[in-house]
Write a protein that binds this ligand. Structure first.
Ligand code: 173
Length: 322
């Protein structure tokens, strides 16, 4: 990892002169393992930029968590160690606690970009992360609780669960003990029995082999996973209009495609989990509703506690009309 970071540091934002025109090369990093569910959208984006941006703007993909630990990506982006990152808000709450609120959106990005919500959050990205939020590549993709012990109601007392900030307030509200790990440590934690379960979206359980170590999935799912492309703001401000337009076009196409892609992936991974022997735990209708509502209550409670300034505003932009 040290070597990886050093390489990244040496050549952030490479400028090379090609026949009088300047081609810019951005260094890109993903906080998810290469070629897995939450990186492939970014990898497609990179391929498109490198194709349509020949001689104008290129992305040098450094890779995933082997090059940089996921919870350090926010800092690296803020400081310009990398120019462009594929990352979820839960991984940089140390710098911007409000970013974890994306999981609570109940309106499509197209609407948030019109209703002022997006612009409001963009201001926080500029201020706290020195970043531009280019595009959300994951949406309409619920999170679930996965377990190796059967439960008959949503009382998680006595269970130790792997979390990120996404699940912390909700699982704690249900009585669980929690331990935060990067996705790369989940398999070993399950194998060693260090945790009784984990939070993760409906898709991607097979990417790192967790299906081998997972007995149950609790339904319903809750929230909407978010993984997005962020660009260092100083880098962005140095780009010309043509370079920005290439990035914006590829980003906008990825964002528009995301809900449809995940609708399909959600269905196929649900089926694949069942075939792999992952049993579904469900509750009666009233209990399910309470569980789901409690997820949002606890989630917003956590956001507002950490950001009394912006939390209530984000809630009014992101929540479904009551
Ligand atoms: O569980 C996680 O690591 C996490 O927070 C997350 C967020 C978005 C997509 C996938 C996982």
């Amino acid at each position: 990892m040290r070597v990886g970071l050093a390489c990244v540091l040496l050549s952030a934002f490479g400028l090379s002169t090609v026949a009088g025109a300047q081609e810019v090369t951005l260094r890109g990093i993903s906080s998810f393992a290469e070629k897995t569910t939450y990186s492939v959208g970014f990898e497609r984006f990179i391929a498109q930029v490198n194709e349509t941006g020949k001689g104008v703007v290129q992305i040098n993909y450094i890779g995933g968590p082997k090059a940089m630990p996921p919870f350090e990506v926010g800092n690296a982006l803020k400081n310009g160690v990398v120019d462009i990152a594929n990352v979820t808000g839960a991984f940089y709450t140390n710098l911007m606690p409000e970013a974890d609120a994306w999981k609570l959106t109940q309106r499509p990005m197209s609407e948030l970009r019109r209703n002022g919500g997006f612009d409001y959050v963009a201001g926080i990205y500029a201020q706290k992360l020195n970043a531009v939020f280019l595009a959300r590549l994951v949406d309409d993709n619920p999170f679930h609780l996965y377990l190796n012990k059967r439960i008959s109601n949503p009382d998680l007392t006595g269970l130790k669960l792997r979390i990120t900030p996404v699940y912390r307030d909700f699982f704690q509200a249900l009585g669980a003990t929690v331990v935060q790990t990067a996705p790369g440590e989940v398999y070993t934690a399950l194998e060693r029995g260090v945790v009784d379960g984990y939070g993760w979206p409906i898709t991607g359980v097979f990417d790192l082999g967790w299906n081998e170590r997972t007995k149950f999935r609790v339904d319903p799912g809750f929230y909407s996973a978010e993984v997005s492309i962020l660009i260092n703001k100083s880098t962005w401000d140095r780009l010309n209009d043509k370079q920005k337009a290439i990035l914006q076009k590829a980003g906008a196409e990825g964002e528009a495609a995301a809900p449809g892609e995940f609708a399909k992936a959600n269905a196929s991974d649900t089926e694949r989990q069942a075939k792999a022997g992952i049993e579904t735990i469900t509750f009666d209708a009233a209990t399910s509703k309470r569980y789901y509502d409690q997820a949002y209550e606890a989630g917003w409670g956590g956001i507002i506690r950490q950001s009394p300034e912006h939390g209530p505003k984000l809630r009014s932009f992101f929540s479904k009309a009551q």
